[in-house]
Design a binder for this molecule. Structure first.
Ligand SMILES: [Zn+2]
Length: 69
């Protein structure tokens, strides 16, 4: 397995913090907020899940490649 990223809608009650800016990724009913969720693997072993605001993931130059939707 290798690291990969997916683009998902932010769910109500989300409390994940963005790895890039450190702010909580908040659900907002009107804004259709999207987040990037990355499963991080190192040498085939799962390490962690990382959450990003979609904009922050782009700004960080897509560390795990383009997010699949
Ligand atoms: Zn962010």
């Amino acid at each position: 397995m290798s690291s990969r990223a997916v683009l998902r809608m932010v769910e109500p009650g989300s409390s994940a913090e963005c790895v890039v800016c450190g702010a909580v990724i908040r659900f907002a009913a009107r804004s259709q907020q999207r987040q990037v969720i990355a499963n991080v693997y190192q040498e085939g072993t799962w390490l962690r899940v990382e959450h990003y605001h979609a904009e922050c993931y782009s700004r960080a130059e897509e560390p795990y490649g383009p997010a699949a939707s």
